[in-house]
Design a protein around this ligand. Structure first.
Ligand code: PXG
Length: 292
């Protein structure tokens, strides 16, 4: 049997998984989402992903139509019904169907909740062996005072504009700077550098999504005594780093070998990056909520 998608209380085949053209997620990007990974029959950091979703929903004054415990069960049930051992789960919550007006008060229907459990397209293996070619995007990351990147909102145009530049340059990913010119994150990943024997990543106030993978790396780095710190990063600090890598649910830990034509370190994944990648692999298969 094909993919079964959860749509507002029902599990339906992919071809029947539909929402209204009047849905505010479609009309305005009015909603939040999560991308979650399952490894070895367990959902990695499920509760942290759901917490981020609920916090984002609060920030946009959107009521989630169920408790975190119920949503947790829906996610697990969706994975179970699709018989997936390793998977990618997309939770999409929008304000639901309304009339054509902008005002959320004109939205008389409950929120739309969709959960898709599928597999994920990964970077090819060479990328993890040779490192990513990264550029800096001209498009700046959203100003936190306009649309805070901490909200994983359904409006990803800012990131997509960056991604278009990445495609144009024939690169793998793009760094996005904040309005002050400090490095914020990549279009769909967080960024770390290893320099002066310290592991650095930009702080939340640089204007970035607080990645779950970023948090896992900070925890692993603490255990490994790598002195992880959240510090504002300039492009100079990235260009002159000994090592650099990106983190995200899709990318996991992906080494960066080039930034804007500069070679990082010796142009190959460095020893610290490799140690973190190896530890991450152990953690992802061992931790996580069993699907059952
Ligand atoms: N920053 C941004 C802007 C993201 O969208 C991350 C960082 C990493 O966060 P996590 O929690 O995953 O460690 C993300 C999430 C894709 C894709 O298809 C990637 C993300 C989201 C949706 C789709 O590449 N990255």
């Amino acid at each position: 049997m094909g993919l079964l998608v959860y749509v507002n209380g029902d599990f339906v085949p992919r071809s029947e998984a539909k929402i209204s053209v009047f849905d505010r997620g479609y009309l305005y990007g009015d909603g939040v989402f999560e991308g979650i990974r399952g490894y070895n029959g367990r959902i990695f950091r499920l509760d942290q992903h759901l917490e981020r979703l609920y916090r984002g929903a609060r920030a946009i004054s959107l009521e989630v139509p169920m408790t975190p415990e119920e949503l947790r069960d829906v996610v697990l049930e969706t994975v179970r019904r699709n018989n997936l051992h390793d998977c990618y789960v997309r939770v999409i919550l929008s304000r639901g169907e309304g009339d054509l007006g902008l005002n959320p008060l004109n939205c008389h229907f409950p929120a739309t909740l969709v959960v898709i459990a599928s597999t994920i397209a990964l970077y090819p293996r060479e990328v993890y062996e040779q490192g990513l070619n990264v550029i800096t995007c001209v498009t700046r990351r959203n100003m936190p005072t306009a649309l805070n990147p901490q909200i994983k909102s359904l409006n990803y145009l800012n990131n997509i504009l960056g991604r278009i530049e990445v495609n144009g340059a024939g690169a793998h990913e793009g760094l996005m700077l904040n309005h002050l010119g400090y490095v914020a994150e990549a279009t769909g990943d967080n960024v770390f550098v290893w320099r002066d024997q310290r592991l650095l990543t930009p702080p939340t106030h640089a204007g970035l999504l607080e990645g779950i993978t970023r948090q896992v790396v900070l925890e692993m780095a603490e255990e490994m005594e790598l002195s992880p710190r959240e510090e504002m990063l300039t492009l100079y600090q990235v260009y002159s780093a000994d090592e650099c890598f990106l983190t995200g649910t899709a990318a996991e830990i992906a080494p960066v070998s080039r930034v804007d034509g500069r070679m990082i370190g010796d142009g190959k994944p460095g020893p610290i990056t490799k140690r973190l990648m190896a530890r991450f692999k152990e953690v992802t298969v061992a931790e996580g909520v069993p699907v059952g």
